[in-house]
Design a protein around this ligand. Structure first.
Ligand code: DO4
Ligand code: MG
Length: 301
C-alpha cells in the first residue's frame, strides 16, 4: 500500500495505491494527519487505509499518470553516510586522489559504533518527483546518490519508505571533509518521492533492490542496481543516533546512505534525467539543471 499526493485544480490531494495498482483519493490533507487518525483508533496505518479503500470507488486513472507531487512535506531531511562498502570506496577515492586502501576517517566511520549522520535538507530545498534538481556552479564532479528514505514521526517511528536522491559534489567533499555541508546542501539538492510505502506493508526493508539510471539526450549513461541487504547498519541503529538528545518533527525523512556511485570519471550535466528506483516503492525521476537555468514555473517533466 503506497501513499502519494497529486495536484489537481483544487490543490494537493492525498491518495493511496492499493496492491493491485488501483488508486484512491483520501480525505485527509496529508500523511501525518492520516497517521495520527490511525493512531487515535489504535490500528495499524495499513488497516486504517484498507477500511477506507473498501468503502471507496477507485480513481479512473492509475497513480503514475497523475500529476504526482512530493508525498510528504518533510520539515527536515537527514542523511546517513558511508553505510555501504561502495560508498566507503568512493569517499576514499575522492579524499585520497585515488590512493585506495588508505586508512581514512571514512574507514573509521564505516566501522565505528556511531554512524555518520548529517542534516541534508530543509523543506524549502527539497523537491518532489518531476521537479528539477540543481547543479552547483562551483563543482565539476557531481553525482546523484540513490537512497532508501525512511519517513519518520516525531518519536522516530518509521511510517513508511520512500526513494531519495542525496545530490553530492565529490570534488568539494574530497578537497576537505569540513566542506561536507557545501558538498551536500544547496538549492534543490535533495529529492524524495513519489510514493511512500507504508512500513507495516514492507516484509523486509533489508531486501529491496535500489537502482539508479542516468540519461543524457536520451542515451543511458549509467545503470546500476544494488540492494539494501548490503547495508552495514540497522535502520533502528540510525534512528537511535538521530533521536539522541535531538528533536524530531513529524514527516522527517532519513536517507540511509548510497549503495550506488557512478564511475569516477562521471559528472552530471545540465539536462540529465535521473531515475532512482526502490523495489516495491517506486521510481523518482528528476532532471538536473544549472542553478541559473532553473525553471521555477515548471514542475513536471
Ligand atoms: O561521507 C559523506 C557522505 C556519504 C554519503 O552521503 C553516503 O554514503 O550516502
Ligand atoms: Mg548519501
Amino acid at each position: 500500500m503506497r501513499i502519494f499526493r497529486y495536484r489537481d485544480s483544487g490543490g494537493l490531494i492525498l491518495g493511496v495505491m492499493a496492491d493491485d495498482g488501483s488508486a484512491f483519493k483520501l480525505d485527509e490533507p496529508d500523511l501525518i494527519t492520516l497517521w495520527k487518525a490511525a493512531r487515535a483508533q489504535g490500528v495499524m496505518l495499513s488497516e486504517f487505509v484498507a477500511e477506507r479503500i473498501a468503502e471507496s470507488v477507485p480513481l479512473s486513472r492509475q497513480a503514475e499518470s497523475l500529476d504526482l507531487a512530493m508525498p510528504v512535506d518533510a520539515p527536515e531531511v537527514w542523511a546517513a553516510g558511508v553505510t555501504y562498502e561502495r560508498s566507503r570506496q568512493a569517499r576514499n577515492y575522492e579524499a585520497t586522489s585515488g590512493r585506495l586502501n588508505a586508512d581514512t576517517f571514512y574507514d573509521k566511520v564505516y566501522e565505528a559504533e556511531r554512524p555518520e549522520l548529517f542534516l541534508k535538507s530543509t523543506a524549502a530545498r527539497t523537491v518532489g518527483p518531476g521537479e528539477q534538481v540543481c547543479l552547483r556552479s562551483d563543482s565539476a564532479w557531481q553525482v546523484p546518490e540513490a537512497e532508501l528514505g525512511l519517513v519518520l514521526d516525531r518519536d522516530g517511528t518509521i511510517i513508511g519508505y520512500t526513494a531519495g536522491n542525496d545530490m553530492s559534489c565529490r570534488d568539494i567533499e574530497g578537497e576537505n571533509p569540513l566542506y561536507l555541508p557545501q558538498a551536500k546542501i544547496w538549492k534543490r539538492s535533495c529529492a524524495i518521492g513519489p510514493f511512500i510505502r507504508l512500513a507495516d506493508t514492507v516484509a523486509d526493508p533489508y531486501a529491496l533492490a535500489v537502482s539508479c539510471r542516468i540519461y543524457r539526450g536520451g542515451v543511458k549513461m549509467f545503470d546500476e542496481t544494488a540492494n539494501t541487504g548490503m547495508l552495514k547498519r540497522k535502520l533502528d541503529e540510525l534512528i537511535v543516533f538521530l533521536k539522541r538528545d535531538n528533536e524530531l518533527f513529524d514527516g522527517t525523512v532519513l536517507l540511509t546512505g548510497t549503495c550506488l556511485v557512478p564511475p569516477n570519471q562521471f559528472t552530471l550535466k545540465s539536462g540529465d534525467r535521473i531515475e532512482i528506483e526502490v523495489e516495491t516503492i517506486g521510481t523518482l525521476v528528476n532532471t538536473a539543471v544549472n542553478v541559473h537555468e532553473l525553471d521555477t514555473a515548471s514542475v513536471a517533466l
